[in-house]
Write a protein that binds this ligand. Structure first.
Ligand code: KMH
Ligand code: ZN
Length: 281
């Protein structure tokens, strides 16, 4: 069997839905977000998937708040910054895209691009074709690498649609977010189906929701893929045991990677695997 590449671990440390009432260690302020990103980097994460919060914990896509978190993170580590364009359910496209306007030392290296609408618990996370095209065009114009968020199987077809429209390039980097209530289940056969649809040369990551987070990381490790862990998707280290921080979930994922015979990618190795130029201002 060919040797597998180092495993890229993404830390999704903030999210839009997880509150301190769920886990008191959820970071809200930019300084708290930066502290957590640094801890995750030290634990083996090479990408941080960022959302931002107002001081009361409500979700914001404010460029200013994102910019402050990014400034504080980059002063302390070289983790790849991936900003969300999903924000929270109900936000407008304009609102969601604000972090894409950051420039220079604050410019994100990656940004998410959701490839379709999906029931999201009791809500609907809307990504109509016009909205997807608009967000894809903005990511492209900013010169940022997209991560294609796949919440359901048909979103692989929507990604192909965006590629045919000339709005994204293949090969691409995909994130299979599995186990959202309303989306595709966090099952290995679902993951295997998605992998049959992966464009040649693409890279991928699995993000299992809730109790499926670490099992999906293991499934990804065994298949040569990458994994996303952290409070955005899951707050427990094991049944009934709250994680002390997303860093503890990154540590657990790093252990899983090594048990599967993988090394854990450094930020520099992840940039090389993902085709991102070394970060310079
Ligand atoms: N908060 C979810 C509704 C993304 O970051 O791109 C959407 C989300 C996706 O988190
Ligand atoms: Zn997100």
């Amino acid at each position: 069997m060919p040797e597998m590449k180092p495993m890229i671990l993404t830390a999704a440390i903030v999210g839009a839905e997880t509150m301190r009432s769920h886990n008191p260690a959820v970071p809200y302020l930019p300084s708290e977000i930066a502290d957590e990103a640094v801890r995750c980097c030290q634990a083996g994460a090479s990408i941080v998937h960022l959302h931002a919060r107002n001081p009361d914990g409500t979700s914001t896509q404010s460029a200013e708040v994102f910019g402050e978190a990014i400034r504080l993170i980059r002063a302390r580590c070289d983790i790849i910054i991936q900003t969300s364009t999903g924000g929270a359910v109900g936000m407008s496209g304009e609102e969601r895209c604000q972090p894409l306007t950051l420039r220079g030392a604050l410019k994100p290296e990656m940004a998410t691009l959701s490839c379709g609408s999906v029931n999201f618990g009791e809500d609907v996370f809307i990504n109509s074709r016009p909205l997807m095209r608009d967000i894809a065009a903005r990511i492209r114009a900013a010169g940022i690498k997209p991560e294609l968020e796949i919440f359901d199987a048909g979103m692989m077809d929507e990604a192909a649609y965006l590629q045919k429209q000339g709005l994204i390039d293949f090969p691409a980097h995909f994130d299979f977010v599995l186990g959202v209530p309303g989306g595709l289940a966090a099952r290995e056969d679902a993951l295997d189906y998605l992998l049959t649809r992966l464009p040649d040369g693409s890279t991928w990551c699995a993000a299992g929701i809730g109790r499926f987070q670490l099992p999906m990381a293991e499934a990804a490790a065994r298949r040569g893929g990458n994994a996303r862990v952290g409070f955005e998707d899951n707050i427990y280290l094991s049944k009934g045991v709250l994680a002390k921080g997303s860093w503890e979930l990154v540590e657990a994922a790093a252990k899983i990677a090594r048990s599967a015979g993988r090394t854990v990618a450094t930020p520099a190795q992840s940039r090389e695997i993902l085709g991102i130029a070394p970060f310079t201002v």
